[in-house]
Design a protein around this ligand. Structure first.
Ligand SMILES: [Zn+2]
Ligand SMILES: [Zn+2]
Length: 341
């Protein structure tokens, strides 16, 4: 998110991804998936966070090797989700949230505490991003100096280079966490650096700000449409347990909370579905490039909406000035008429 308002590689013995896509047998793969709990309960935040006690970071145990983390609404209205996947040889953290200061957001401490030990050290950790917006990478600095941690750069060149994308945004990459392969799919549109992740072990699809129960801010509609089609083709014959995005901004009825609201009563569930991914191409194809609602998808180009609001404000101001000038002139004419009489 965050686009409305507006690297380092520390190698831990892992080269970039180089695995070929595995043949897909949907049924057998579905049977082999590691199960987990999507019964999540997150803090609803508060309208006045100063008077409401809150924890800064919440953790949901999907299963013993998969964790869903969320920053509190009372620490940041973005309340982004982050995902920790643990393999047999290393772990991967998707996104680092919206808060840099470890005193306010103990992200690295929490994540390192969740990692199993590897001898006397912790399992190596790879930190990746869905995209470069600040609310998905502000916590990078907490990991930068930690031993055994590799933070992938967030700019487009770093993303292409790390995943070895030679024909961006086409192609896929794979990350091997040890007995756990994660596919990486370019999904630009919300942002030019956006990628999504598919975990073959659980069937979870991590969609960042590309798809989530929130306003879908689309900077580049043509790129977004191609991404939606690319993802739909990817998941078509694969089992998808749940689609997990970067934010929740809708209530259970599908209504949006106010911009920057820190209070989310009766919040929409985080998981979306494979059917949502399959329906996304048609929805994006119908997007007028400005603002549109199509089924569960609320799409907008935040920059154009802002420009339109700006133009409307200017028009109203001009109208007020013209009305004021006319009023003053009328008053002057009336006064002169009184004086001359
Ligand atoms: Zn975001
Ligand atoms: Zn974003």
């Amino acid at each position: 998110m965050r686009s409305l308002l507006l690297s380092v590689l520390v190698v831990v013995g892992i080269a970039g991804p180089a695995l070929a896509p595995l043949p897909v047998r949907a049924q057998s793969a579905a049977n082999a998936l590691a199960s987990g709990s999507t019964d999540m309960h997150w803090s609803e935040g508060a309208s006045n966070c100063k008077t409401s006690p809150h924890s800064s970071l919440e953790v949901h145990y999907y299963n013993a090797q998969t964790f869903i983390l969320r920053e509190s609404l009372c620490v940041t209205f973005e309340a982004p989700f982050m995902y920790l996947l643990v393999g047999s040889t290393r772990a991967m953290l998707i996104d680092t949230g919206d808060v840099a200061d470890a005193d306010h957001m103990p992200l690295a401490t929490t994540v390192m505490g969740l990692l199993p030990s590897n001898g006397s050290a912790k399992l190596p950790l790879l930190v990746v991003h869905t995209h470069r917006h600040l609310d998905h990478r502000e916590g990078d600095g907490q990991f930068a100096q930690l031993p055994g941690v590799q933070v992938v750069g967030f700019d487009l060149d770093s993303v292409k280079r790390f995943y070895n994308f030679t024909d961006w945004p086409n192609g896929q990459a794979q990350i091997d966490l040890g007995d756990r392969i994660v596919d990486v799919i370019p999904t630009p549109g919300h942002n030019e650096t956006h990628v999504s992740f598919y975990d073959r072990k659980t069937g979870l699809f991590f969609s960042g700000d590309f798809l989530m129960p929130a306003r879908l801010l689309i900077d580049d509609a043509a790129a977004d449409l191609q991404s939606a089609r690319r993802v739909a083709a990817f998941v078509k014959d694969r089992p998808v347990t749940a689609v997990l995005g970067g934010h929740v901004e809708l209530d259970a009825r599908g209504e949006t909370y106010a911009w920057e609201s820190t209070y989310h009563p009766n919040e929409h569930a985080l998981p979306m579905t494979k059917d949502d991914l399959l329906a996304l191409p048609a929805a994006v194809a119908s997007f007028n490039g400005f603002y549109a609602q199509s089924g569960p998808f609320l799409m907008m180009n935040s920059m154009r909406v802002l420009i339109a609001i700006g133009i409307a404000v200017v028009v109203v101001l001009i109208a007020l000035v013209i009305a004021l000038i006319r009023y003053v002139r009328r008053r002057l004419r009336t006064r002169r008429a009184i004086v001359s009489n």
